[in-house]
Design a protein around this ligand. Structure first.
Ligand code: GLN
Length: 491
């Protein structure tokens, strides 16, 4: 047994060392908890640390490992976004509304990672109800970017991204409704994948916008992301939106290289609003792909994708306003009980329980759905959504992936965009189209601008996550961006 465990390695390295008996899941969990705790004052990546649960899960993992059983996740520490229900562990959605809410069951995804033997270290910080791009809208205070503590980690899954980037845990789970896995992955310099709509169960996940929400993995390399996706993907009888599509081995495209990969690069995604440093890094990455056999086509267009952001800000708030109607002070969490009437209690509960961004979304959504405006806003947005989906289908009929930056800028300063919701919304300009169309998409580390990480975004056909991971794996053989590590005080 070594005195110290190298916590900077990806999960598959830990898995090999656990199998070899170099250390136990218990010692790994203890070392992980110690490091995470030491990083928390700088990062604030977690809302709740789950020491007891982690040690119990680690003990169970050790038994399986001793018996020569278990798989790639057995004994591996993981962070779980605090939007995913965990039985007996409070699940807050980073909202005052759910501050005291302890679910009676695990969501399907958590159940699956537990069955696979993962060790849950804690519940990670996020923007309240996953609404935001900076994690600043958390009722528990913001998460900090490990590359520069004065900057945001992105959002809404900012805690999940920051803790993996800081090598607190090797793996984490987030959710992505409009970019909330990919944008923080980009801003923190790690990989993040949004699975195809219908690929991963949302049963037990606090709902934001049900026609867009997906759960997905963060990791340090393509192999880790592939392994975690393999565990959480698949049909779930408890979520009728999950597709009965078989789950492949997501490493099936590894080793194929980039030769012949048809890459569409819509010029509209490299135009106005994009930071120069990000553009340069992306152009360099395109150069690497091309030099290694990829066929890059810059003539592809997605004309309606320019409308994806406004379409999203009609559809997502509309669905949110319906989903959040359940927080009335009667069934869940926070409730204000000394009003003069039921109406007053409800209004005081919602007035006091929700933060300003959530209220903004509820108002936007309620307006878009109201009689007289429904046709002009919500219905029209749905029609444009169909156009965007068809354009993706057409573009991906003769291209394997659509390439763009993940985010128009690198990590911005805390507070910089808080008073300007529109500037905050523009962060998701390149990620939102894949949610609107329902496609699979990934962000991979692709360089730096002014010392801050830049993410490369690849969108692929529905259920072709393997192809995206294969491209990510091949690109990582040619560059070392994914191995760069922020210099946070290590334990
Ligand atoms: N930033 C986007 C929003 O605020 C996307 C959030 C998400 O994907 N959950 O809605």
């Amino acid at each position: 047994m070594p005195d110290t465990i190298d916590l900077d390695v990806p999960a598959h390295e830990h898995a090999a060392r656990l199998r070899a008996g170099d250390y136990t899941a218990r010692t790994l969990a203890e070392a992980t908890l110690e490091r995470v705790r030491a990083q928390e004052p700088s990062l604030h990546a977690y809302i709740t640390l789950t020491d007891e649960l982690a040690l119990a899960q680690a003990a169970a993992a050790d038994e399986r490992l001793r018996a020569g059983e278990g798989g790639p996740l057995t004994g591996i520490p993981i962070g779980v976004k605090d939007l995913l229900s965990t039985k007996g562990v409070r699940t807050t959605a980073a909202s005052k509304m759910l501050e005291q809410f302890t679910p009676v069951l695990d969501c399907t995804v958590v159940q699956r990672i537990q069955e696979a033997g993962a060790v849950i270290i804690g519940k990670t910080n996020l923007d309240e109800f996953a609404m935001g791009s900076s994690t600043e809208h958390s009722a528990f205070g913001p998460t900090h970017n490990p590359w520069d503590l004065d900057r945001v980690p992105g959002g809404s899954s900012g805690g999940s991204a920051a803790t993996v980037a800081a090598r607190g845990v090797p793996l984490s789970l987030g959710t992505d409704t409009g970019g909330s896995i990919r944008q923080p992955a980009a801003l923190c310099g790690i990989l993040g994948l949004k699975p195809t709509y219908g690929r991963v169960s949302r049963f037990g996940v606090v709902a934001f916008a049900s026609s867009l929400d997906q759960v997905g993995p963060f990791g340090l390399d393509a192999e880790d992301v592939a392994r975690l996706l393999g565990v959480i993907a698949g049909h779930d009888p408890n979520d009728s939106t999950t597709a009965p599509v078989p789950v492949p081995d997501y490493t099936e495209h590894f080793g194929r290289g980039l030769g012949g990969l048809r890459v569409g690069v819509p010029q509209q995604f490299l135009g106005e609003g994009l930071d120069d440093g990000v553009r340069q890094a992306i152009e360099q990455a395109i150069g690497v792909l091309e030099a290694n056999g990829a066929v890059v086509d810059r003539s592809v267009t997605l004309p309606s994708a320019d409308a994806a952001l406004p379409v999203y800000y009609l559809i997502a708030p509309s669905e949110a306003s319906a989903n959040l109607a359940r927080y009335d002070g009667v069934k869940y969490g926070y409730s204000y009980t000394s009003g003069a009437s039921v109406e007053e209690e409800m209004s005081l509960t919602r007035g006091g329980g929700f933060g300003p961004e959530v209220k903004r979304r509820i108002m936007l959504g309620t307006y878009a759905l109201s009689a007289g405006y429904y046709d002009a806003y919500y219905l029209k947005a749905q029609k444009v959504r169909t156009l965007i989906r068809r354009e993706f289908e057409a573009a991906l009929s003769d291209h394997d992936v659509i390439l763009s930056p993940t985010s128009p800028s690198t990590a911005f300063r805390l507070g910089e965009k808080l008073d300007d919701p529109y500037a905050m919304y523009l962060n998701d300009l390149y990620t939102i189209p894949a949610n609107i169309a329902g496609n699979a998409a990934i962000s991979i580390p692709a360089g730096f601008a002014d010392g801050l990480p830049v993410g490369l975004h690849l969108a692929g056909r529905p259920f072709e996550e393997s192809r995206l991971l294969g491209a990510a794996h091949a690109y990582a053989q040619l560059t070392d961006w994914h191995t760069r590590q922020p210099s946070l005080p290590a334990v």
